[in-house]
Design a protein around this ligand. Sequence first.
Ligand SMILES: Nc1nc2c(ncn2[C@@H]2O[C@H](COP(=O)(O)OP(=O)(O)OP(=O)(O)O)[C@@H](O)[C@H]2O)c(=O)[nH]1
Ligand SMILES: [Mg+2]
Length: 443
Amino acid sequence: MLNTLSGRLSDILKKMKGWGSLNEKNIREGLRDIKLALLEADVNYKVVKEFIDGATTEALGEKVLKSVTPAQQFTKIVYDYLVKILGDTTHGLEVGSGGISHLMLCGLQGSGKTTTAVKLARFIESKHNKKPLLVAADVYRPAAIQQLQLLGEKNGIHTFTLDKEKPVRICKEAVKFARENSYGAVLVDTAGRLEMDDEMMRELESIKKAVRFHEILLVADAATGQAAVKIAQGFDEAIGITGLILSRMDSDARGGAALSMSHITGKHIKFIGTGEKVDDFEQFHPDRIAGRVLDMGDIVSLVEKVQTDFDLEEVKKLEKKIKKASFDLNDFLDQLRQLQKMGPLENLLEMIPGMPKKTPVKVDEGELKQAEAIINSMTLYERAHYKLINGSRRKRIALGSGTTVYDVNRLLNNFDQMKKLMKKFRRGGPPRGNALSSLMQGM
Ligand SMILES: Nc1nc2c(ncn2[C@@H]2O[C@H](COP(=O)(O)OP(=O)(O)OP(=O)(O)O)[C@@H](O)[C@H]2O)c(=O)[nH]1
Ligand SMILES: [Mg+2]
């Protein structure tokens, strides 16, 4: 996410740290580089100007120049301004108090409304504990209804449809259906157009009048940069939106939309889409995003992700095993399975401070699968006593898993290193989130 910008900004800050002392001249130089990086990422010039003007005044103040750690002070200023333009604080979803929550998603064609509707439905189900109902109100594009139905079905979410009816009627009936069938949230997926046109706005307006919505969320494609900001303004003027969802934040192109959006429109970014899969969806936390962009890492998000996706009981058991030094290849296999459940490793690694952004570490999911196959080919006894796996056993395991002895050796070596790492943790007391980080360092 925002890899190019992130790479540029963290390089600039690193360079400044290397200068040792900061003076007016090199602070101005650093800020000029930051300004260029922001403009190149397609951040709106007004936002850039405000950012740079504010940061310059503050950075040239006594606090930085006289500080014992000027580079850190400077980084903190840049971080604070970044958080500010991203919208300051996290703004949660408005779901009303009790009763059924009504939400509508709108946006241009292909911006990601349908995918986002399903992502958001899953979010509401797990975080707000409300049973979601998807509503297919795109009656224009052939196969639009089936697309929503199919995606919903895959995720165990029902889609409300009505044949040969107008969107307003569909929405009214869906709300009734939700009430009669104890749903907790109604999410309307609307039709998109190539451009903002009056007809689309009129239709959205009439849906808006027919249902009392808690949220009218605009889904905008982050990869379109400044265009996305204009679209958000247009929609807000025409129908009044309550918040923004930026899709395609995984694409690096012109990610500056995220940095201008909230500041220019005055609406908060509530979620971001980071991929095509339903799990590629996050609540938007300005402080965490700023931390990630400046490569200060996003430990909070990482720990949170690990907590939701890892079985907490399993983690506790694992910690006990680490303490007792009884962690064996069976446990390792369990950990691999959990990791696979958590989705693309690159997304996780990106949250770790210091991970190179320019040459992203590619963690081969195939390698995880291979490790699983190798361990599966071991006997239970071997898994518990890995040091006893000699040459002939290694050959048998390689054959059984369709790999080579070299692959088996590598896995056992990695595991051995991991055990050593765990020993260190035991002595020094494990850091938080240890299960994941130790595993990754061991891989
Ligand atoms: N990489 C990436 N792709 C996304 C994301 N969100 C949606 N997509 C993809 O974008 C394409 C269009 O998404 P849809 O959800 O169908 O968009 P839509 O706004 O409903 O499109 P229309 O109904 O035709 O207006 C699909 O191929 C999605 O898989 C995202 O966050 N990242
Ligand atoms: Mg759609």
